[in-house]
Ligand binder design. Structure first.
Ligand SMILES: [Fe+2]
Length: 165
């Protein structure tokens, strides 16, 4: 389950319905997914995608996504710091950022259009969709590990644009 902190209000949310409704008010989709059958979080990527095929296909239809893949990041990933440096500064994309967490954790910050800043720590079972154009940044947690399904409308749109904020 995700943990959401609204920084300006010093308020922390841990209940799924409250998280989903609060994030929805800021344009962010949040869902909990369960696989069609039990599957190890280190299973091959094609087995992971197969276990969540129903949810993936549903989201593809709703969001116009054409491809899905599985990304693996751990402390031994070559170039990890350089990779994180691209995404831990405020930026936006011309494409939605859609992640379903298989293992590990991630920390998204959303800079909402109304000025609020929300910290969203995601873990296994969490689906987050950050719409195109939303100001945000991302970092790993102390375990520096995340395995996640990504969905794309067009991978070319995933280039970050930095705000300098
Ligand atoms: Fe991003």
């Amino acid at each position: 389950m995700a943990v959401v902190t609204i920084l300006s209000e010093d308020k922390t949310l841990t209940e799924v319905g409250e998280i989903a409704s609060t994030l929805a008010a800021h344009g962010i989709d949040y869902e909990r997914w369960t696989p069609a059958h039990p599957i190890a979080d280190n299973a091959p990527a094609d087995e992971i995608l197969n276990a969540y095929a129903r949810e993936i296909d549903d989201l593809k239809q709703r969001g116009g996504y054409v491809t899905a893949d599985v990304i693996d990041v751990n402390p031994n990933t070559p170039g990890l710091d350089e990779m994180l440096a691209k995404f831990n500064r405020e930026h936006w994309h011309d494409e939605d950022e859609v992640r379903f967490i298989i293992a590990g954790r991630g920390l998204f910050h959303i800079h909402s259009a109304d000025g609020a800043v929300l910290a969203i720590e995601v873990e296994a079972g969490d689906l987050i969709r950050v719409p195109r154009g939303t100001l945000h940044w991302f970092d790993l947690c102390s375990d520096r590990r995340v395995r996640a399904i990504r969905l794309f409308q067009d991978t070319a749109g995933w280039t970050p644009h930095y705000t300098g904020s």
